[in-house]
Design a protein around this ligand. Structure first.
Ligand SMILES: Nc1ncnc2c1ncn2[C@@H]1O[C@H](COP(=O)(O)OP(=O)(O)OP(=O)(O)O)[C@@H](O)[C@H]1O
Ligand SMILES: [Mg+2]
Length: 251
């Protein structure tokens, strides 16, 4: 069976600026991958290239391959809407919609024109349960999502993704606006989610990468310096540059 995601010699340019330099990375199924590295090294760019979010940016050129289940997402005629459903994204700040909690979670189902009300309610409940929100929110599903505290909104955005059953969830610093308790809850949820989904998380928090990920990539100036099992990256880095970063000598 093909790996879930395989990135081969991926180069990305913002006009003349070479932001990703021949990046290679293999994601096996049902794993959490963490991408770490100093600010500006290309973590978000790499993450966005996995569901073609960079396509929206003027002047971007991409070459190389990003294979999802063995199929190149850039050159196989794969429909972008279907791709984004299979590979969903969670952002640094929750992008809740100005709609009710229920409609935020049901959003993708409405887009997909699912009409069965009972089915929609079931999926909304299951998604909120998986995101650890059901008990807190079940009595106020009609309230605007924007009234929720940020830590609930972030999990609500995750529930919205779960409702359309993605295969891969991309998270770009999902805990950077959260306190340690809310962060811990997201991390616990990630461990639960990985039974069913693949997760790729960008994080500035090295302890977080060490706690949650199975594999870890260290990036620097557009290069994937080292990609390996997380335990190896943190205890036995092969590259001097990785060692300097994880020991706090650099970055
Ligand atoms: N839309 C854009 N246009 C031009 N250059 C960009 C654009 N987005 C990012 N870059 C540049 O590409 C490089 C990588 O940026 P990216 O946002 O991927 O880094 P990052 O590792 O996610 O950084 P941070 O940790 O600060 O979020 C940086 O030098 C950045 O300035
Ligand atoms: Mg970033």
């Amino acid at each position: 069976m093909a790996d879930k995601i395989e990135i081969r010699n991926l180069n990305l340019f913002y006009d003349k600026f070479h932001a990703l330099k021949s990046v290679n990375m293999v994601v096996r199924d049902k794993n959490i991958i963490a991408l770490i590295g100093p600010s500006g090294c290309g973590k978000s760019t790499l993450l966005r290239s996995i569901n073609r979010m960079n396509d929206l940016i003027d002047g971007v050129r991409i070459n190389g391959e990003v294979l999802l289940d063995g199929r190149d997402i850039y050159n196989s005629g794969l429909d972008i809407y279907k791709l984004r459903k299979r590979v969903g994204m969670v952002f640094q700040r929750p992008n809740s919609f100005a709609k009710s909690i229920f409609e935020n979670v049901a959003f993708g189902l409405r887009v997909a024109r699912l009409a069965n009300k009972k089915k929609i309610s079931e999926i909304v409940e299951t998604s909120l349960r998986t995101a650890g929100l059901w008990d807190d929110l079940k009595d106020k599903l009609g309230t605007s999502a924007l009234e929720l505290p940020l830590y609930h909104q972030q999990r609500l955005c995750i529930a919205r993704l779960l409702a359309v059953e993605p295969e891969v969830i991309l998270m770009d610093e999902p805990c950077s606006t959260l306190d340690p308790i809310a962060t811990m809850k997201i991390e616990e949820m990630m461990i639960e989610l990985k039974k069913k989904f693949n997760i790729i998380i960008v994080t500035h928090n090295m302890q977080q990468a060490a706690r949650v990920s199975d594999q870890c990539g260290y990036m620097l100036l557009g290069d994937m310096v080292e990609f390996n099992k997380t335990s190896e990256i943190f205890t036995n880095p092969r590259d001097k540059r990785t060692q300097d970063y994880i020991t706090g000598r650099f970055g």
